[in-house]
Each structure stands twice: as structure tokens, then as C-alpha cells.
Design a protein around this ligand. Structure first.
Ligand code: GLN
Ligand code: ZN
Length: 754
């Protein structure tokens, strides 16, 4: 007998019910009881689904009204003191932590490991108190039991909780709080035991990270403490192999361990060797991070022997929580049936678990048809000519070093480009998008639904472009953009025009709070059937004598924000996208566009979890960017743009992209992020953002002058550009114009001074 379970499921509901209820509650349209009713409906449906799929437990505690980390802040009674809340916070208070209130800014948010999910960062001070706080987890356990399910509560483990938190205050280490935190965890476990719970899953995904020695040794102390609560603990790691943490994790006094056999599959033999004879092993055999069908025959082959040995000590599960994939394929009526036959969203992954369980438990006959369907779908995907395009492989195989290097070195390009564009010192530009007004959104939506024909749509977008160009000329900007009115999203826009991409209608995944994203699905070899932006850009250029900057999304960002093929390395897919973008760059140049920006906001996000894996990634990521950018003459100026991120530890790899100009987000760090570029002697030109586009506040010319003066102390003034932090699509025109006018003034002040 093998058991099956999941580490968690999507909490958004099949039609984003949670989002709509949250937002209605925030607008005051529904009361807390109505919001809670929606939440309960989602949980009940999720449990029913898990029960129907024959899972041995239902997961409880994977639901959150906003974010599971924030739930733990509530559960552990450690809301930031600056909010002045009590130990047991209410739901409205919980939302204030996430979204801020009149007196307090919201808690910070950051990416959850290498996913596109964002969690709220706990704020810890040396004296942060911990206590048994919100009772929601216990209520949900009772709710599941009342409904007749066998709950397995899910907790974020104490070390992961502390590790992902942020220290507020100097001279202390948040690990020092562990001894005060553990008794509260023990209390929680004791409460769960008293409720009749047998197993508690304790997530410690930090085990897949490079952990300092003191964090590694703390695990032993922590789990000896938690083990005394008397409930069975399933220690869950995921998102990668455990490497040097493996032996330590396997020796911890817990009743079972979960390992990610998709990303950490190479370690399975070691895990089995070291697993003590009494522990259960939960094998994460179904990819919780991607949307492809599992090769069931391969899993059965690989785990059959182990199942014989372990019997019901073997549990099967997805690699991680299914919250990172969409809910169900059932709604995808518009997807091509062949492509859809290759996919498994969360619901379908539960079916896969059911099939695996049936076979292991002697019911192969009953699921023979399912196994055959699965094998047929996999065979079709392996051989389909929708996936494989010989022309793309030929092109990839023919790549040489000449494809990923510009014709001349930076200094030569710089001379040629300066002569060509004759820009003033401290040239001004923007990052690409201008305000997406309700009129733009409605025109795009009507065009998509067929309510607006192509000619009328083109005319409407051209009017927007003309408007943006006229505004920029009037403001006196030096390098203009067309404004991106035609783009709903910087990845979707390109994906829709590239071969090898498919789009779901309802494939939403939570990004944070009520925000969801619908990532494109890259299913096949990528190529560019025809120009994607040339028409809009040349039209914009026809309206002005100033340089019009072409605007593209880079290969790494397109890769990072999509569901990616699992039948070839990510790097191969990145190179294919790079070649498609290169085609567009070359076409823009041929159409007379002299400056082309290739955005890579997700460049840093792509970094692997382990430092040892960084060089390989940075090598192919920078190469992919260079391939996209290197098809042009020296006189064509390539820009790139990256949003707020820490660059200091990857500066060589950023320099290796060899963009003529990079624009980055720096205003919120008061130019501190720029210091590294200066210390590194970053050779290329750089536009440190001088105003925060996330806020409607209009910075004064003095504010921006001060930032530029700071920048000019670390970067040679000749290499400095003047621009906002990021695109302006979320802003209104009035504040945009006022801020850009001040920005142009600031640039003029600097020109006088230097
Ligand atoms: N060109 C894009 C814009 O201006 C860049 C967006 C981003 O960096 N995320 O909107
Ligand atoms: Zn940006």
C-alpha cells in the first residue's frame, strides 16, 4: 500500500473566487461573514477534490486570506509592533498588515524562493514576542473534521519562518529568536494533537538553500524540541536537492520526510540509503512547478522497487504545493486539444496521483485505460511537429561566438553612436510604457472580443502613439518611446506572436494577495513568424525627428514569466527565444530604428537557489541576451532595463550582457544600488531611475537633481542617462507629465553643472 497526499493546493478557487471576494470586501461591498463563506467554500471544494482523488489526507492550513507567511505571523502572534495590534489579530487587521493603513505602510513583500509568488516578510526585532495568536488553523482543522475529512495540517517550519523574515534593528541575529519561537510551535502542535490530528506537515524549504552553519545546526535543536509535542511530523523540503543538508535533514527526529524528486531526483538513492527503518518517505514525483503531464510509466518503473521495500512507508505526492500551477484544465475549452492533452493543472495532477496509487495498490487493471492515455499523450508530445521545428534546431546548432558578440568593443560603438545621435550630456528618456488609460484598455479589449475591427483598432492605437510622441516632444525628452499602448503585458504581447506559445483562458496562478497572473505556456520550438513591433515603432518614428527607441522584452524575462518546456534545458528554450528577438531587433534596425531597448526585469529572478549553480545560469542568460542584441551594427544602440534588484553580486554578469545602456530602478534606494556599479567600474552607460513610478507623488526637480548629483559621484557623468525607475503604465497622465517636466529640468541643471 502506498499512501498519497499533496503539500497544498491553489487557494484562489477555480474562477478566482477568492480574489473577487477579497476585493469586494476591501471596497466595503461585502462583510466579513460573506468573505469567510467564500473562503470556506473554496476549502471545502478543495478537500472534497482531494478526498475524491483517494488521497489519504486533506491538506489544511494551505489556505490563506492573503498569504501563508502572513498567516504564520498571525498564528505566532508576532505582527509588527508598529501597527499596535494585540496578540490575536482580527481579519481586518490582518489585511492592514498586508496592505498598509493610514498610519503604517504595508509589510514588505518578496519572492518566495524561485517562484513568481510573493510572500509578506515578517519583521523581527530582538524583543519581538511570540505567542499563540490567531486560531484560524485550529478552526480549519475542526472544519475539515466536521466535514468528514482526515486533516493533515501544514505549517511553515520555524527555521524557514525565521530565515525568510527580516531583522529590524541592529546587532542581533534572528536565529537568536528560535528559542523563544519553539515553545509556541510546540504549543501549536500540542493543540493539533489534542484535536485528534495524527500527522503535521512542517515545510522547511530553506533546506534547499545554501545555509550558514549555525542555521544547519539549529535544525537539530528545533526538531528535538518539536518532537516532544507527540504528533507525527512530516518534514517537507522542496524546490531543489538538499545536497550538504541532506544527511542532517534525514537524521532529524521526525516521523517522515518529503523530498522533491523532480528537482532533487538525483539524490533519491542517497535518501533511500540513509532513511531510517521507521521513517516514512514522501516522494514528490509529480512536478508541482509546471503544467506538463507526468510520465506515469516512468514513475511506476522508478518507484516500484522502492514500494516493494517500503510498502506503506512510501507516500507519493507532487514535488511541492500545487499553488504554483493553475486550478483545472476543465475550463480550457479554447486550448488546442492536442496541446491540452499534454497538460496537467492541479486537478489533473490529483488524478495522476490517484492513478499511481491504484497501480501501487494492486489496481492496475482498473486504471489501464488511464495509463494508456497518459502514454499516448506523452508519445504525441515527444514526436509532434508542433513541438519540434527542424529549422529552429538547425539555427541553434549553427550558433557561433560571432552571434553573441557585437562587431566592435564598447568604446568604438560609443564613439560611433555619439556621433550619430548627438545627444546632450545626461540624455533623458523613459522606460517604455505611458499611462494605460481606460480608453486604451477598452479599445484593446473590444478588439480582442471582435467588437472593434483591425483598422479601427490600429487607428485608435496610432492616436495614442501620436499623443505620447507629442507629449514627449513638448516635454523636451531626448530619446522617445511609442508608449506600449498596444501591450497588455510585456510577455503576453510577444508570446502571442511567437510560434511555440499557447495561452490558457483561465490558467491563473496567485502572484500575491488578490493578484494572479496567467503565464503563457511555451510548448514548442520558438520562432518569430513575422515582425511584432516594427509597424508601431516606425509609425512613432515617422512623427518625430528625435530618436524613437524600439521596445522589446528579452529572452530571459519571457522564459522566467512563462511555463517552460521540461523536455529540453531552460537554456535551450532561452536561446530559441533569443533568436526570435534577434530577428525583431534586426528588422527594427533595417526599418531605421537606431535605438532598441530589450527589457530584462527578470534577469536576476532567474538565479538558481544555490550559489554554486549561479555561474552556469549567468553564462547562458547573458549569452541569450547578447544573441538577441548582437545582430546589429555598431551605430545601433542597445538598451536594457531591469527593475529593483540587488545587482552587486552579479555585476560581472550584467556587464557581460554588454548593453550600450542599462536603465535600472534606484530611486527607492536613494541611489545606493548604483554604488556597486561605480566600485565595479561598470564600463557601459547607465540610467539610474530618478523617480519612483510606484507612487503618484510627483518628485520635484530638486529631488531629482540631488539624486543625479549623487549618481555623478559614482558613475562618470558622461555615462549617465536620466530616466524614471520603470514604465509609467500604471500612472495617470497629469502626474506623469508633471514628473517628467521636473526630470527634464533636473537633467538641464546637471548639464550646466558638469
Ligand atoms: N518597457 C516596460 C515598461 O515600460 C518595462 C516594464 C518592466 O520593467 N517591468 O512598461
Ligand atoms: Zn522596470
Amino acid at each position: 500500500m502506498a499512501l498519497t497526499h499533496v503539500l497544498g493546493v491553489p487557494r484562489i478557487g477555480p474562477n478566482r473566487e477568492l480574489k473577487f471576494a477579497q476585493e469586494a470586501f476591501w471596497r466595503g461591498e461585502i462583510d466579513e461573514a460573506a468573505l469567510r463563506a467564500v473562503a470556506s467554500g473554496i476549502r471545502q471544494a478543495n478537500w472534497r477534490r482531494q478526498h475524491e482523488a483517494g488521497l489519504d489526507f486533506v491538506s489544511v492550513g494551505d489556505f490563506a486570506f492573503y498569504d501563508p507567511m502572513l498567516n504564520h505571523v498571525a498564528l505566532l502572534g508576532c505582527a509588527p509592533a508598529r501597527f499596535g495590534f494585540g496578540e490575536k489579530i482580527s481579519l481586518p487587521e490582518y489585511f492592514q498588515l498586508a496592505r498598509g493603513n493610514d498610519a503604517c505602510h504595508a509589510m514588505e513583500m518578496t519572492k518566495w524562493f524561485d517562484t513568481n509568488y510573493h510572500y509578506l516578510v515578517p519583521e523581527l526585532k530582538p524583543d519581538t514576542p511570540f505567542s499563540l495568536g490567531a486560531e484560524w488553523l485550529f478552526d480549519e482543522v475542526a472544519e475539515a473534521q466536521t466535514a468528514g475529512f482526515n486533516p493533515k495540517p501544514v505549517l511553515i517550519g520555524p527555521l524557514t519562518f525565521l530565515h525568510l523574515a527580516k531583522e529590524k534593528g541592529n546587532d542581533f541575529n534572528r536565529l537568536d529568536l528560535l528559542d523563544r519561537l519553539l515553545p509556541v510551535y510546540a504549543q501549536i502542535l500540542a493543540r493539533l494533537k489534542a484535536q485528534g490530528v495524527e500527522w503535521v506537515q512542517v515545510d522547511e524549504p530553506v533546506l534547499a538553500l545554501d545555509l550558514p552553519g549555525n542555521w544547519r545546526t539549529a535544525f537539530e535543536r528545533a526538531y528535538h524540541h518539536l518532537n516532544t509535542a507527540g504528533v507525527k511530523l512530516l518534514l517537507a523540503s522542496y524546490f531543489g536537492p538538499l545536497r550538504e543538508n541532506l544527511l542532517m535533514a534525514l537524521k532529524l527526529p521526525v516521523a517522515g520526510v518529503h523530498v522533491d524528486c523532480v528537482r532533487g531526483g538525483d539524490e533519491l538513492a542517497q535518501v533511500i540509503d540513509w532513511l531510517s527503518a521507521t521513517k516514512i518517505l514522501s516522494a514528490g514525483v509529480i512536478d508541482g512547478r509546471n503544467i506538463w503531464k507526468t510520465d506515469l510509466a516512468a514513475v511506476l518503473g522508478r518507484f516500484d522497487g522502492l514500494h516493494q521495500r517500503l510498502g506503506n512507508r512510501l507516500w507519493l505526492a507532487p514535488s511541492c504545493s500545487l499553488a504554483h500551477v493553475p486550478v483545472s484544465l476543465a475550463a480550457e475549452t479554447a486550448l488546442d486539444p492536442e496541446i491540452s492533452s499534454w497538460l496537467a493543472f492541479a486537478d489533473e495532477k490529483l488524478d495522476e496521483l490517484a492513478t499511481l496509487k491504484a497501480v501501487f495498490n494492486g489496481g492496475r487493471q482498473a486504471v489501464a485505460a488511464k495509463l494508456a492515455d497518459n502514454a499516448a499523450a506523452l508519445a504525441s508530445r515527444r514526436t509532434s511537429n508542433r513541438v519540434h521545428d527542424a529549422a529552429v534546431s538547425v539555427r541553434l546548432a549553427a550558433l557561433t561566438a560571432t552571434h553573441d558578440t557585437r562587431n566592435s568593443a564598447l568604446a568604438i560603438r560609443q564613439t560611433v553612436q555619439r556621433a550619430r545621435f548627438n545627444l546632450p550630456a545626461f540624455p533623458t528618456t523613459t522606460i517604455g510604457s505611458f499611462p494605460q488609460t481606460p480608453e486604451i484598455r477598452s479599445a484593446r479589449a473590444r478588439f480582442k472580443k471582435g467588437g472593434l475591427d483591425e483598422a479601427d483598432y490600429t487607428a485608435a492605437m496610432r492616436r495614442e502613439i501620436a499623443h505620447a510622441v507629442a507629449k514627449q516632444e513638448a516635454l523636451g525628452l531626448d530619446v522617445l518611446v511609442h508608449g506600449e499602448a498596444e501591450r497588455n503585458d510585456m510577455v503576453e504581447y510577444f508570446g502571442e506572436q511567437l510560434a511555440g506559445f499557447a495561452f490558457s483562458q483561465n490558467g491563473w496562478v496567485q502572484s500575491y494577495g488578490s493578484r494572479c497572473v496567467k503565464p503563457p505556456i511555451i510548448y514548442g520550438d520558438v520562432s518569430r513568424p513575422g515582425p511584432m513591433t516594427v509597424g508601431w515603432t516606425t509609425y512613432a518614428q515617422s512623427l518625430t525627428v528625435r530618436p524613437m527607441k524600439g521596445m522589446l522584452t528579452g529572452p530571459v524575462t519571457i522564459l522566467q514569466w512563462s511555463f517552460v518546456r521540461d523536455d529540453q534545458p531552460r537554456s535551450t528554450t532561452a536561446l530559441q527565444i533569443a533568436l526570435a528577438i534577434r530577428d525583431e531587433v534586426v528588422d527594427l534596425e533595417a526599418a531605421g530604428i537606431g535605438i532598441i531597448q530589450i527589457d530584462e526585469p527578470a534577469y536576476r529572478e532567474g538565479l538558481p537557489l544555490r550559489k554554486a549553480d549561479w555561474p552556469t545560469y549567468l553564462d547562458w542568460a547573458s549569452r541569450a541576451f547578447r544573441i538577441s542584441a548582437s545582430g546589429v551594427a555598431d551605430a545601433t544602440q542597445i538598451h536594457t532595463h531591469m527593475c529593483y534588484s540587488e545587482f552587486n553580486d552579479i555585476l560581472p554578469a550584467i556587464a557581460a550582457m554588454d548593453a550600450d545602456v542599462i536603465t535600472i530602478e534606484t530611486s527607492r534606494s536613494d541611489m545606493e544600488l548604483l554604488r556597486g556599479f561605480g566600485d565595479f567600474n561598470y564600463p557601459n552607460e547607465i540610467g539610474p531611475g530618478v523617480y519612483d513610478i510606484h507612487s503618484p507623488r510627483v518628485p520635484s526637480a530638486d529631488d531629482m537633481t540631488r539624486l543625479l548629483e549623487k549618481a555623478a559621484q559614482v558613475i562618470p557623468p558622461r555615462n549617465l542617462w536620466v530616466n524614471p525607475d520603470c514604465g509609467l503604465k500604471t500612472r495617470g497622465w497629469a502626474e506623469t507629465e508633471a514628473a517628467l517636466a521636473n526630470m527634464v529640468t533636473a537633467a538641464r541643471v546637471l548639464r550646466e553643472a558638469y
